[in-house]
Design a protein. Structure first.
Length: 154
Protein backbone atom coordinates (compact mmCIF):
# COMPACT_ATOMS: atom_id res chain seq x y z
CA UNK A 1 0.00 0.00 0.00
CA UNK A 2 1.12 3.54 -0.60
CA UNK A 3 2.74 5.78 1.95
CA UNK A 4 0.37 8.17 3.75
CA UNK A 5 0.12 11.69 2.38
CA UNK A 6 -2.31 14.27 3.78
CA UNK A 7 -4.50 15.30 0.83
CA UNK A 8 -5.00 18.84 2.17
CA UNK A 9 -1.34 19.51 3.00
CA UNK A 10 -1.19 22.57 0.76
CA UNK A 11 -4.26 24.04 2.42
CA UNK A 12 -2.76 23.24 5.83
CA UNK A 13 0.44 25.10 4.91
CA UNK A 14 -1.63 28.10 3.80
CA UNK A 15 -3.63 28.03 7.04
CA UNK A 16 -0.41 27.82 9.07
CA UNK A 17 0.96 30.83 7.22
CA UNK A 18 -2.28 32.70 7.92
CA UNK A 19 -1.98 31.77 11.58
CA UNK A 20 1.63 33.03 11.74
CA UNK A 21 0.50 36.29 10.10
CA UNK A 22 -2.34 36.60 12.61
CA UNK A 23 0.09 35.99 15.48
CA UNK A 24 2.38 38.74 14.16
CA UNK A 25 -0.54 41.15 13.85
CA UNK A 26 -1.71 40.28 17.34
CA UNK A 27 1.77 40.93 18.71
CA UNK A 28 1.84 44.29 16.92
CA UNK A 29 -1.61 45.16 18.29
CA UNK A 30 -0.45 44.23 21.81
CA UNK A 31 2.64 46.45 21.44
CA UNK A 32 0.50 49.34 20.15
CA UNK A 33 -1.94 48.93 23.03
CA UNK A 34 0.86 48.86 25.60
CA UNK A 35 2.41 51.97 24.06
CA UNK A 36 -0.99 53.73 24.03
CA UNK A 37 -1.50 52.80 27.69
CA UNK A 38 1.90 54.23 28.62
CA UNK A 39 1.14 57.41 26.68
CA UNK A 40 -2.26 57.76 28.36
CA UNK A 41 -0.74 57.36 31.82
CA UNK A 42 1.94 59.91 30.97
CA UNK A 43 -0.62 62.46 29.69
CA UNK A 44 -2.84 61.88 32.69
CA UNK A 45 -0.03 62.37 35.19
CA UNK A 46 1.02 65.50 33.30
CA UNK A 47 -2.54 66.83 33.54
CA UNK A 48 -2.81 66.01 37.22
CA UNK A 49 0.55 67.69 37.84
CA UNK A 50 -0.67 71.05 36.55
CA UNK A 51 -1.35 73.64 39.22
CA UNK A 52 -3.12 76.94 39.25
CA UNK A 53 -0.93 79.97 39.89
CA UNK A 54 -1.19 81.17 43.47
CA UNK A 55 -2.27 84.61 44.49
CA UNK A 56 -4.12 87.23 42.53
CA UNK A 57 -3.67 87.11 38.79
CA UNK A 58 -4.94 89.09 35.94
CA UNK A 59 -6.99 88.00 32.96
CA UNK A 60 -4.04 87.07 30.66
CA UNK A 61 -2.57 84.80 33.39
CA UNK A 62 -5.94 83.20 34.01
CA UNK A 63 -6.52 82.69 30.29
CA UNK A 64 -3.05 81.17 29.86
CA UNK A 65 -3.49 78.78 32.81
CA UNK A 66 -6.95 77.80 31.60
CA UNK A 67 -5.70 77.24 28.04
CA UNK A 68 -2.82 75.07 29.34
CA UNK A 69 -5.21 72.95 31.40
CA UNK A 70 -7.65 72.75 28.47
CA UNK A 71 -4.86 71.62 26.13
CA UNK A 72 -3.62 69.07 28.64
CA UNK A 73 -7.17 67.76 29.16
CA UNK A 74 -7.62 67.46 25.39
CA UNK A 75 -4.38 65.47 25.21
CA UNK A 76 -5.61 63.12 27.95
CA UNK A 77 -8.91 62.69 26.13
CA UNK A 78 -7.16 61.99 22.81
CA UNK A 79 -4.84 59.48 24.52
CA UNK A 80 -7.85 57.76 26.12
CA UNK A 81 -9.56 57.51 22.72
CA UNK A 82 -6.39 56.12 21.18
CA UNK A 83 -6.13 53.59 24.01
CA UNK A 84 -9.73 52.50 23.43
CA UNK A 85 -9.08 52.17 19.69
CA UNK A 86 -5.96 50.07 20.25
CA UNK A 87 -7.91 47.87 22.66
CA UNK A 88 -10.55 47.31 19.97
CA UNK A 89 -7.83 46.60 17.39
CA UNK A 90 -6.23 44.14 19.79
CA UNK A 91 -9.55 42.34 20.30
CA UNK A 92 -10.08 42.13 16.53
CA UNK A 93 -6.56 40.75 16.07
CA UNK A 94 -7.22 38.23 18.86
CA UNK A 95 -10.38 37.03 17.12
CA UNK A 96 -8.60 36.71 13.77
CA UNK A 97 -5.80 34.73 15.39
CA UNK A 98 -8.32 32.54 17.22
CA UNK A 99 -10.12 31.78 13.95
CA UNK A 100 -6.84 31.01 12.18
CA UNK A 101 -5.75 28.74 15.05
CA UNK A 102 -9.09 26.89 14.94
CA UNK A 103 -8.70 26.37 11.18
CA UNK A 104 -5.23 24.89 11.63
CA UNK A 105 -6.41 22.77 14.55
CA UNK A 106 -9.31 21.39 12.50
CA UNK A 107 -6.94 20.40 9.70
CA UNK A 108 -4.55 18.81 12.21
CA UNK A 109 -7.39 16.74 13.68
CA UNK A 110 -8.48 15.68 10.19
CA UNK A 111 -4.89 14.74 9.37
CA UNK A 112 -4.58 12.60 12.51
CA UNK A 113 -7.91 10.85 11.77
CA UNK A 114 -6.84 10.13 8.20
CA UNK A 115 -3.44 8.85 9.41
CA UNK A 116 -5.22 6.52 11.81
CA UNK A 117 -7.54 5.31 9.02
CA UNK A 118 -4.51 4.73 6.79
CA UNK A 119 -2.74 2.79 9.55
CA UNK A 120 -5.84 0.64 10.10
CA UNK A 121 -6.09 -0.02 6.35
CA UNK A 122 -2.43 -1.09 6.34
CA UNK A 123 -3.09 -3.40 9.29
CA UNK A 124 -6.15 -4.88 7.56
CA UNK A 125 -4.13 -5.38 4.39
CA UNK A 126 -1.34 -7.11 6.31
CA UNK A 127 -3.89 -9.33 8.05
CA UNK A 128 -5.45 -10.26 4.69
CA UNK A 129 -2.02 -11.12 3.29
CA UNK A 130 -1.34 -13.39 6.27
CA UNK A 131 -4.78 -15.02 5.81
CA UNK A 132 -4.05 -15.59 2.12
CA UNK A 133 -0.68 -17.16 2.93
CA UNK A 134 -2.22 -19.46 5.55
CA UNK A 135 -5.09 -20.45 3.24
CA UNK A 136 -2.72 -21.16 0.37
CA UNK A 137 -0.49 -23.34 2.56
CA UNK A 138 -3.48 -25.20 3.97
CA UNK A 139 -4.88 -25.81 0.50
CA UNK A 140 -1.47 -26.95 -0.75
CA UNK A 141 -1.01 -29.37 2.17
CA UNK A 142 -4.55 -30.73 1.98
CA UNK A 143 -4.25 -31.25 -1.79
CA UNK A 144 -0.95 -33.11 -1.33
CA UNK A 145 -2.27 -35.36 1.45
CA UNK A 146 -5.66 -36.27 -0.11
CA UNK A 147 -6.00 -39.34 -2.39
CA UNK A 148 -6.39 -38.69 -6.09
CA UNK A 149 -9.92 -38.48 -7.43
CA UNK A 150 -11.28 -41.56 -9.18
CA UNK A 151 -11.95 -39.73 -12.37
CA UNK A 152 -15.71 -40.10 -12.26
CA UNK A 153 -15.86 -43.95 -12.89
CA UNK A 154 -18.45 -45.96 -10.87
Amino acid sequence: MRRYRFPLETLRRVRCAQERTAIARLAEANRAHTKAGDEHRERESSYLGLSWPLGPYDLPQLSEAQARRQLSASCVHAAAQHLAQTAADREAAMEKWSLAARNVSALDRLDSRLKEDHRLALDRGAALEVDDIVNTRWQTRSAASSPPASGGVR
